[in-house]
Design a protein around this ligand. Structure first.
Ligand SMILES: C[S@@+](CC[C@H](N)C(=O)[O-])C[C@H]1O[C@@H](n2cnc3c(N)ncnc32)[C@H](O)[C@@H]1O
Length: 490
């Protein structure tokens, strides 16, 4: 239980900001970051601003229940500020060090938009965050004193405990504040999202597997059956920069994720169950066609190397099944491999060309083909169009290609690649969907979950198939839903 008056609130305000300015000048902690009040120690412990923003951007606001965002070891406040700016929630920071708490409140004040109404509920409570009752009583009473009668619960808990410098040689209980004490104390105030509580533990990247399983065990004991996703994050400097555990409604469906950040944005993300990493030493040169590559350490630390390989080396292929004169089929022959989702193709016998849609690369390839042997050569990119699918040659020798995400049919001149839209059924929602899908494909990710029923129902929606006759005849377009459209040429 809490002792009376053991916690004190600081409301982010002009006067706190002035006071902070007397203690520490406001300036960027790192190059390119906004200016904050940070002592040297705070700067060292603070989450880099780009990482804080990217992390906040990973959270689906729909996964949070009602209430505030709590940072139970708020320090400079950078992570909490990023959350509350992006998720538009009031925020509460708890900090045991009074001087740090004042500087944090000043940082919250300077980062708030002047019209952000929820900012009036922001507070930093000076005190011990393992005493949730004391913190919440102080928080609510401070809101009452400012004329707010609400008693908001906690929608999300973030915890970045201070750790001993040599994390591997220390027990996880030596983190300050201790993880288990904070989680068990705050459990009663945590609102549930659709898949349980919303918690992020921001931990030392140097935790070993034994320490991680101790944390898994603690979380499982306190929140049985809740999802957990471990995330390894790298900023490309050749080491793991952050290790965090995303719990309950903030977990994904996978046990592990590795992330490579650029200066501001997440450049690549891989998820999966992960597996064992085996080191082998090569005495002889590797066999012919082996791959040697330098990978970011998060790939191996997270155990997601198999998932990475399946992304890095495309596995789409084109096979040919030779038919002998008596009509019997022979074994399939591999014609092309390493394709990013081989989709529709067309053999142009007049030009001795093979055209092929490489759907996840948003391009149409062209090859020379020997019709008799099936061998192909001279790959070129004929056209760049979103998600090319089925294709057919029209009576004038132009290649018509359907694009489910563009919701268009394109006509491409195989002689020079000139491309026109011949049928357009795109909608605003379809366009937004396509832009998001292209962004995901560029990161090497899929987009299957974007294909919702509102895109695939009646026309328009995800044009995939086409049947074209001669110049005077109508053509037909099929979608992934239930529509077949007849288009007359007038
Ligand atoms: C690693 S830092 C947090 C850094 C923060 N994420 C940031 O971006 O600046 C941990 C903070 O927890 C504070 N702390 C340690 N024990 C605490 C406790 N029992 N209650 C509240 N805060 C505590 C420390 O003073 C320190 O400022």
């Amino acid at each position: 239980m809490s002792e009376e008056n053991s916690h004190v609130s600081v409301k982010p305000s002009e006067s706190v900001s002035r006071e902070a300015g007397k203690r520490v000048e406001r300036k960027p902690g790192r190059k390119g970051e906004p200016a904050f009040h940070l002592t040297e120690q705070m700067r060292r412990l603070s989450t880099p601003w780009g990482v804080a923003l990217a992390r906040a951007g990973q959270i689906d606001p729909g996964s949070l229940g009602p209430g505030i965002i709590l940072d139970a070891a708020v320090g400079s406040g950078l992570q909490l500020i990023a959350y509350s700016n992006i998720l538009k929630r009031p925020s509460l920071g708890v900090e045991v060090d009074g001087n740090v708490a004042v500087l944090c409140a000043a940082n919250m004040f300077s980062a708030a938009g002047k019209d952000d109404i929820q900012r009036s509920m922001d507070r930093v409570v000076i005190g011990d965050s393992t005493d949730s009752v004391g913190v919440m009583n102080e928080f609510w009473s401070s809101l009452r004193e400012s004329g707010t009668r609400a008693h908001p619960p906690v929608a999300m808990l973030h915890l970045d405990p201070a750790r001993p410098r040599d994390a591997q040689k220390h027990h996880i209980d030596e983190m300050e504040p201790p993880i288990e004490s904070v989680l068990s104390s705050w459990k009663q105030y945590l609102e549930l999202g659709p898949r349980g509580p919303c918690i992020i533990l921001d931990l030392s990247p140097r935790l070993d597997i034994g320490q991680r399983s101790m944390i898994d065990e603690t979380v499982e004991r306190l929140f049985p059956g809740c999802g957990r996703t471990w995330e390894w994050l790298s900023r490309g400097g050749g080491r793991v920069d952050r290790l965090s555990l995303w719990i309950g409604s903030l977990s994904s469906n996978e046990a592990r994720r590795c992330i490579r950040m650029g200066t501001k944005k997440i450049m690549a993300s891989i998820e999966g169950d992960g597996g064992e990493v085996r080191a082998i030493s090569l005495v002889d040169p590797p066999p012919f066609e082996s791959w040697i590559t330098i990978v970011d350490p998060v790939v191996l630390e997270s155990g997601l190397q198999d998932e990475w390989i399946s992304k890095a080396i495309p596995d789409g292929a084109l096979y040919r099944i030779p038919i002998s004169k008596d009509g019997t089929l022979s074994k399939p022959e591999l014609i092309l491999k390493n394709l990013y989702f081989a989709n529709g193709f067309y053999i142009d016998e007049k030009r001795n060309k093979l055209y092929l849609s490489e759907m996840m690369k948003n391009r149409v390839l062209s090859f020379d083909i020997d019709i008799i042997t099936g061998s192909v050569s001279n790959q070129t990119t004929l056209a760049v169009i979103p998600t090319p699918d089925n294709m057919e040659l029209d009576s004038e020798g132009n290649l018509w290609i359907s694009s489910p995400l563009a919701n268009q049919i394109f006509s491409v001149d195989p002689e020079n690649g000139e491309t026109y839209v011949v049928f357009d059924a795109q909608t605003q929602i379809g366009l937004e969907n396509m832009e998001e899908a292209i962004r995901r494909m560029e990161l090497g990710n899929g987009f299957a979950e974007l294909l919702t029923s509102e895109l695939t129902g009646e026309m328009p929606g995800l044009l995939t198939g086409l049947i074209i006759g001669d110049e005077s005849q109508p053509f037909y377009v099929a979608n992934l839903g239930t529509a077949l459209i007849k288009v007359s040429k007038e």
